[in-house]
Design a protein around this ligand. Structure first.
Ligand code: AQP
Length: 338
């Protein structure tokens, strides 16, 4: 990144259900750390959420709940811009422009579409297919330079860089869009499902027992961890011995991350123990990190007027930046602006 490019952080979370441990450890925790160092813009990605069928009443509630979740996790709406995506029309406008820059071949490589569309691809909505172009628009509308995301979004970030580069080349606009860099948690880039260590923890997974929600109370967390899938072997001594034990690896990763330790140290401490014993330690660690956040979310959710006010103020700030950048983009494209 050239020295005179101003650092801007952008990221978003879909209001497609309750925030969970994966969203927190993989993304939102990083959002909070970054706001101490850089200008940050965080959106509740409601336009992305409708790529999967949503009940309008439920969606409205989820947008406010996600806003409460952001703040409860430590985002400061005075310092960072927090808003919902659909209230800034520039996201949809730039996404259309990028639909005309991006290539079908690029879209066809996106693994998230393949996973989410499943076997019935022909019946998937077009929005789900071009989701990565909207994500590129979200980021580049603010000329963001850094994007904190979980490991699952890495491929979409690479596509964003391709789109930025192609736009700059096609329109002779050297360095107009920065090539944004992903900021991925090194120690824990992907939290896996508690039911299947090969699948990521996800809001839309049917079983509640597959994830820890940030609003889960202590009892629920303990119950979910107790039921979490493991295997019959005890905790090994060496990391190499976790190789074909994805569920064991996942629980040890989570424990090490939330206790600010490393997997090596955890193995030293826990080697030879049964998973049932280890799970008690894991539950205690999770309860101490998650329950205070859940309590705060519930408090914030009770004042919807306040949450709407926060989003309105954020949307106004985001719109000002978006409008200025879109003006430049339209000039580059040759549109007449009245
Ligand atoms: N399991 C995960 N581990 C690490 N990071 C994760 N993220 C999501 N799941 C994990 C990160 O959280 C941010 C917000 O994600 P999102 O809600 O916008 O979309 P998603 O990645 O599709 O998350 P879900 O929970 O799986 O939602 P649904 O089920 O609605 O699709 C992103 O930075 C993501 O990497």
């Amino acid at each position: 990144m050239s020295k005179n490019v101003k650092s801007v952080v952008f990221s978003g979370v879909q209001p497609s259900g309750n925030l969970h441990l994966g969203n927190y450890l993989g993304a939102i925790k990083n959002f909070v750390d970054l706001q101490k160092k850089m200008k940050c813009i965080y959106c509740i990605a409601d336009l992305h959420a409708i790529t999967i069928s949503q009940d309008p009443k439920e969606l409205k509630k989820n947008i406010l709940d996600t806003t409460a979740g952001f703040i409860a996790c430590g985002l400061d709406f005075k310092k960072s811009i927090i808003f919902n995506q659909s209230s800034v029309s520039g996201h949809a406008e730039l996404a259309w422009i990028f639909n005309c820059v991006s290539r079908i071949g690029w879209m066809n490589r996106m693994t998230q579409f393949k996973e989410k569309a499943g076997a019935n691809k022909e019946n998937a909505n077009v929005g789900l297919y071009v989701y990565p172009n909207l994500m590129a628009a979200d980021i580049l509308l603010y000329k963001a330079t850094h994007v904190p995301v979980g490991d699952d979004q890495k491929q979409h970030l690479e596509l964003t860089r391709d789109i930025a580069q192609k736009f700059n080349n096609d329109f002779n606009a050297e360095n107009f869009f920065p090539l944004p860099e992903p900021l991925i948690q090194e120690k824990l880039s992907r939290v896996m499902s508690l039911r299947d260590g090969k699948k990521k923890m996800s809001k839309s997974e049917e079983s509640d027992y597959s994830r820890i929600d940030l609003k889960d109370d202590a009892e629920t967390i303990k119950k979910k961890i107790k039921k979490a899938k493991t295997d019959s072997s005890p905790i090994p001594e060496k990391i190499e011995d976790l190789k074909n034990r994805p569920e064991a690896q996942n629980l040890l990763n989570i424990y090490s991350f939330v206790t600010n330790s490393t997997v090596e140290k955890t193995l030293k401490e826990m080697k030879g123990k049964d998973f049932s014993k280890f799970k008690d330690h894991l539950s205690d660690a999770l309860v101490s990190v998650i329950c205070p956040i859940g309590k705060k979310i519930k408090e914030l959710e009770s004042d919807t007027a306040n949450l709407k006010k926060i989003l309105k103020e954020g949307s106004e700030k985001a719109s000002t930046i978006a409008k200025n950048n879109l003006k430049e983009i339209k000039e580059i494209l040759g549109f007449i602006q009245s």
